[in-house]
Ligand binder design. Structure first.
Ligand SMILES: Cc1ncc(C[n+]2csc(CCOP(=O)(O)OP(=O)(O)O)c2C)c(N)n1
Ligand SMILES: [Mg+2]
Length: 556
C-alpha cells in the first residue's frame, strides 16, 4: 500500500498517482494541454518524474521501451490532439504486449454530459475512448469519482496481467473530486490455470523431448514479457539441448551461454542455426510468436508435427492444444520433470564462437554493413541495452552476440519506424546504469529526430548509430521508386542544434575505430555517430526478405 494512505484528503488524480507509484512507475512521459494540467500538478508533486517529450507519439514510444525494461510504464497527454497522436505508439504496445498505462486528460464531465462544442472535441466525445478500446486491454472514461478508484485498480491490474496497454480518460473536474483512500490490492494475481491440462501438457512434452534425438529449444518474446529469463536459463543449464531465439526474443538468455546457438529466422538465419532448428525432431518453442518478420517472413520450415508450442496462455502440442496453461507454470513444471542432461551428449556450436576471433580493422576501407555489425560484437558490453529500429538495423543487429545481461529492444512485430530514438529515452530512464546503444536508419531517424533534444535535456548517455544509406533501403529491396529517396540531412550537425553532444562521422573502418574509442572514453556523454553507407549496401538477410515480400505482393 502507498505510504500516503494516511493522507486524509484523497482525490481521483492523487489516487491514480499513488497507484502508479505503487506498481513501480518512476517516470511518466507526456505533453501537457489545458485538460490535463491539474493532473500533471499531481505528478509533479509526487515521487515520480514527469518527462516532457516533443510530441505524444514519442512519449508513447518512450513509455513502451521504459515498460519493456521496468515491467510497467506510463504516459500522460491531453484530449484527442494528444490522444490520437499517441495512438500509434499504444497500438504498437498492444501488438507487442507491453503494459503501458495511457492517461488522457479530458473536458469536464459536466461539459461532456452537455456535449458542449469545446476545443479538441470532435462533436462526439466518445470517439477517443472507443478507438482506444480496439488497441488496449481496457479503455474507460473515469466519469464518476466514487467509482474511479475501482476502475483505476482494475485497469492497472489488467495491464499487468495481460501485459497490454490500458487507456484511462480523466475529465479535468473528476481529477480533483474527492474519492476513497487506496486499500491493499493484490497486483500479482496468478494467471488462471487448468491444473489437469498443465499436468497433461507437461507429461506429453517431456515424453516427446525424451524420445527425441535432435531436440531444440526456441526462446521467444514472451519469456521477456513474463520475466522468465531465470527459468529458461535454469532449463538451459539442466538439459543439453541447443537454444535458438527468434528476433523478438533476442537476449532472453545470455548469448554467451555454451548452448545458445543464435538467431532463428527461417531462410534468413545463419546455415547452422537453420539446419539445427529445421531438422529437429522436437522443437520446444517457449513464448515465440509465429509472425512473419519474427520468424523470417514466410520462410520458417518447422513441422507442426514436432512442435511443443507454449505461449502466454496455452500450450499447443502437434495439432492439439491445452488452454489455460500459462507459460511460466509450464516452464517451471518442465524444469522439474525433464531429466538432467536430457538431449546430450551432443556437439553444439555456440553463437559466441564468433567472439574468439580478434577483430582486425582495415583502416582505409570504406565501412560496410557487414563489417560495421561484425565490429559491434566486440564493442557491446554487459551494461549496454541495444535498441534496433525496424529496417536493416534490426535485421543486422539480430546477429550481433549480446553478452550476459545485454538487453535487446526491437519492435519486430509492429515495426513502426522511429521507435528506438524515443525508446532510448525510456530505456535510459528505466535504468540509468545501462547505456542505450541505438541502431537506427536515416528514414526512421527522420520520424522522431526531435527526441534527441530530450535525451540531451535528461543528460542521458546513449550511443546512437545513425545508419545513413540515403533512403528507405528496406523498401528499395522490395520495390524501388522515387518514394524511397529522402532528403540527406546534415545529421551530425543536429546534436548542436538540440543542445550539444559528442558527434562523429564514419566513412572508413579507421573512422569507426576512432569513434568507438571516443564513445568508450566518454561513458557519460551522449555520443552521436553518423555512419555513411552505400545506398544499396544491405545485409544478405534484408535482400532475401525483400525478395520474399516482393514475391508475396506480386511486385515484379
Ligand atoms: C511509421 C512507419 N511508417 C512507414 C513504415 C514503412 N517502412 C518500413 S521500413 C521503411 C524504411 C526504413 O528506412 P530506414 O530507417 O532508413 O532504414 P533502412 O531500410 O534504410 O535500413 C519504411 C518507410 C513503417 N514501418 N513505419
Ligand atoms: Mg535508410
Amino acid at each position: 500500500m502507498p505510504a500516503e494512505t494516511t493522507r486524509t484528503s484523497w482525490t481521483v488524480g492523487r489516487y491514480l498517482v499513488a497507484r502508479l507509484e505503487e506498481v513501480g512507475v518512476r517516470h511518466v512521459f507526456g505533453v501537457p494541454g489545458d485538460y490535463v494540467l491539474g493532473f500533471m500538478d499531481e505528478i509533479v508533486e509526487s515521487r515520480m518524474e514527469l518527462v516532457g517529450t516533443c510530441n505524444e507519439l514519442n512519449a508513447g514510444y518512450a513509455a513502451d521501451a521504459y515498460a519493456r525494461l521496468n515491467g510497467i510504464g506510463a504516459v500522460c497527454v491531453t484530449y484527442a490532439v494528444g490522444g490520437f497522436s499517441l495512438l500509434n505508439a499504444i497500438a504498437g504496445a498492444y501488438a507487442e504486449r507491453v503494459p503501458v498505462i495511457a492517461i488522457c486528460g479530458g473536458p469536464n464531465q459536466s461539459d461532456r454530459e452537455r456535449r458542449r462544442l469545446l476545443h479538441h472535441t470532435l462533436g462526439d466525445y466518445d470517439v477517443q475512448v472507443e478507438v482506444f478500446g480496439h488497441v488496449t486491454e481496457m479503455s474507460s472514461v473515469l466519469d464518476d469519482a466514487d467509482d474511479a478508484p475501482d476502475r483505476i485498480d482494475e485497469a492497472i491490474s489488467r495491464a499487468l496481467r495481460a501485459r497490454r496497454p490500458v487507456f484511462l480518460e480523466l475529465p479535468a473536474d473528476i481529477a480533483v473530486r474527492p474519492c476513497r483512500a487506496p486499500q491493499a490490492f493484490d497486483w500479482a494475481v496468478p494467471p488462471e490455470t487448468d491444473e489437469d491440462a498443465l499436468a497433461e501438457a507437461v507429461e506429453e512434452a517431456v515424453r516427446m523431448l525424451c524420445a527425441a534425438e535432435r531436440p531444440v529449444i526456441l526462446g521467444g518474446v514472451e519469456v521477456h514479457r513474463f520475466g522468465l529469463r531465470a527459468q529458461l536459463e535454469a532449463l538451459m543449464d539442466r538439459v543439453e539441448i541447443p537454444v535458438a531465439t527468434a528476433l523478438m526474443g533476442k537476449s532472453v538468455v545470455a548469448e554467451t551461454h555454451p548452448r545458445y546457438i543464435g538467431l532463428y529466422s527461417g531462410a534468413l538465419s545463419e546455415g547452422y542455426v537453420r539446419e539445427t532448428v529445421e531438422s529437429a525432431d522436437c522443437v520446444l518453442s517457449l513464448g515465440a510468436w509465429m509472425s512473419d518478420i519474427n520468424l523470417g517472413i514466410y520462410t520458417a520450415r518447422i513441422d507442426p508435427g514436432v512442435m511443443v508450442h507454449a505461449t502466454a496462455e496455452r500450450v499447443q502440442i502437434k495439432h492439439h492444444s491445452f488452454d489455460r496453461v500459462p507459460l511460466g507454470r509450464f516452464l517451471e513444471a518442465l524444469l522439474v520433470a525433464l531429466p538432467k542432461g536430457q538431449g546430450g551428449p551432443r556437439e553444439i556450436r555456440p553463437a559466441s564462437r564468433i567472439l574468439d576471433h580478434a577483430w582486425t580493422p582495415a583502416p582505409d576501407t570504406p565501412i560496410t554493413i557487414a563489417r560495421f555489425y561484425g565490429r559491434m560484437n566486440s564493442f557491446l558490453r554487459d551494461d549496454h541495452v541495444v535498441l534496433a529500429d525496424a529496417g536493416d538495423s534490426f535485421m543486422c543487429a539480430g546477429d550481433v552476440v549480446m553478452h550476459e545481461q545485454v538487453g535487446f529492444l526491437c519492435q519486430a512485430f509492429y515495426c513502426s519506424i522511429g521507435f528506438t530514438l524515443p525508446g532510448a529515452l525510456g530505456a535510459g530512464l528505466a535504468d540509468r546504469d545501462r547505456r542505450p546503444v541505438v541502431f537506427i536508419g536515416d528514414g526512421a531517424f527522420q520520424m522522431t529526430a526531435q527526441e534527441l533534444s530530450t535525451l540531451i535535456r535528461q543528460r542521458l548517455s546513449p550511443v546512437i548509430f545513425l545508419m545513413n544509406n540515403r533512403g528507405y533501403t528496406v523498401e528499395r529491396v522490395i520495390h524501388d521508386g522515387p518514394y524511397n529517396d529522402i532528403q540527406d540531412w546534415d545529421y551530425a550537425a543536429l546534436p548542436a542544434v538540440f543542445g550539444g553532444a559528442e558527434t562523429a562521422v564514419v566513412e572508413t573502418e579507421a573512422d569507426l575505430e576512432a569513434a568507438l574509442a571516443r564513445a568508450i572514453a566518454a561513458p557519460d556523454a551522449l555520443f552521436f555517430v553518423e555512419v555513411r553507407l552505400d545506398p544499396m549496401d544491405s545485409s544478405e538477410s534484408l535482400k532475401r526478405l525483400g525478395q520474399e515480400i516482393a514475391r508475396q505482393r506480386d511486385y515484379d
